[in-house]
Design a protein. Structure first.
Length: 370
């Protein structure tokens, strides 16, 4: 394979500029004045509605992001910490009691949705309905069915807001905050509040889902790596960061130039699409020695798996908490191995990548650690 430079022009998808080096990628992602995030940047382009706050530039972005970030404030995540650990542990235990099985549906989809009750204040009934609608079997939906599912998800969130409105007194959860501090204060419309809940509850779940599947894949396919973690579960956070770097669940991030820019030794004209290959940047040998190898002892926190700059993923702290809890919980169960072949589908929506079908089996009966 021919090595790419920091910036390469491609004729695919009607032409775009591909950024592959770590330094050039950070330059693109942090310079929101030169690189726009409006929906026209999408790759491949389509008619999908704008996602708050990802698909907005300043000044709209700031107001939307402030509302999203409130859900992930340290005090909220600290308060939700025990619930996150309990929810993850329950999902792992249920998966183990079934004898393992298909990871994506049996474990990876369950966790990011079920934590929503404790983090956002969304009801269990709504979460169960979201689980049924948000990830149908691959290839099972036509465009019309997908649109119908999206409308049903929005209806669920409309009903969730109505339920919060009908309470005799606010419970003090994030949805209550969103309604009282943003909608009732005239800073957001109720439709925008639904869009924000859609971002937090649905738009971000695929990244966490793929991260869970990928962590399980790495451990199930490498018993020595699994033994290393089992010997010292306190290293789980380092395993999480190295997985995010090496097998980034969000493979690409797209932008559009507002003006002519000079990056990576290349001049890019205005109104051009630029695709940051997060997967390539996170393996850049100039930034990471032996970057194609999994090494949880390396300092990997500078990776771009959650983006960079003002559009850096607001849900990153929650995802990290879920993934760390997952590894620590798995260490309380017998070793597990892959069973059969692992399928990796194409990169969905030009962004998401992870195991699409993977089965694992546990080795023996569980022995609780004292």
């Amino acid at each position: 394979m021919r090595a790419l430079g920091a910036v390469t022009h491609s004729s695919h998808y009607d032409g775009f500029w591909l950024v592959t080096s770590h330094d050039a990628a950070r330059q693109v992602l942090r310079d929101h004045d030169a690189f726009s995030s409006t929906p026209s940047h999408r790759l491949p382009q389509g008619n999908a509605p704008s996602v708050i706050p990802i698909d907005f530039d300043q000044p709209e972005h700031t107001a939307y992001r402030d509302a999203v970030v409130e859900a992930m404030r340290p005090h909220r995540l600290r308060a939700a910490g025990p619930f996150i650990v309990e929810t993850v542990s329950a999902a792992v235990d249920a998966f183990y009691r079934r004898g393992g099985g298909e990871v994506r549906r049996g474990l990876s989809i369950q966790i990011p949705f079920r934590v929503l009750t404790g983090v956002l204040g969304i009801s269990r009934e709504t979460v169960e309905a979201l689980l049924a609608l948000s990830d149908p079997p691959a290839g099972s939906q036509t465009d019309g069915q997908h649109h119908s599912a999206d409308q049903r998800i929005r209806a669920l969130l409309d009903a969730e807001i109505a339920a919060h409105r009908s309470r005799p007194a606010p419970a003090g959860d994030y949805v209550d905050w969103l309604l009282t501090e943003r909608v009732d204060a005239g800073l957001l419309t109720e439709a925008e509040a639904v869009d924000i809940l859609l971002t937090l509850a649905v738009a971000g779940f695929r990244t966490t889902m793929n991260s869970i599947s990928t962590l399980v894949y790495l451990l199930a396919s490498d018993q020595r790596l699994q033994e290393r973690l089992r010997a010292d579960p306190s290293q789980s956070a380092y395993f999480v960061e190295e997985m995010l770097r090496l097998r980034s669940p969000a493979q690409n991030i797209a932008r559009r130039t507002r003006c002519p820019v000079h990056i990576g030794g290349v001049e890019i004209p205005a109104d051009e699409r630029v695709v940051v290959s997060v997967a390539a940047a996170n393996r850049d040998p100039a930034e990471y020695a032996a970057g194609t190898e999994f090494d949880p002892s390396r300092p990997a926190r500078g990776h771009l798996a959650f983006g960079w700059g003002i559009h850096q993923c607001a849900g990153a702290p929650l995802a990290r908490a879920e993934l760390k809890a997952l590894l620590e919980s798995l260490c309380s169960y017998p070793p597990f191995r892959l069973e059969g072949d692992v399928e990796f589908g194409h990169i969905k929506e030009g962004i998401h990548f992870g195991p699409s079908s993977m089965h694992v089996r546990f080795a023996a009966e569980r022995v609780d650690k004292l």
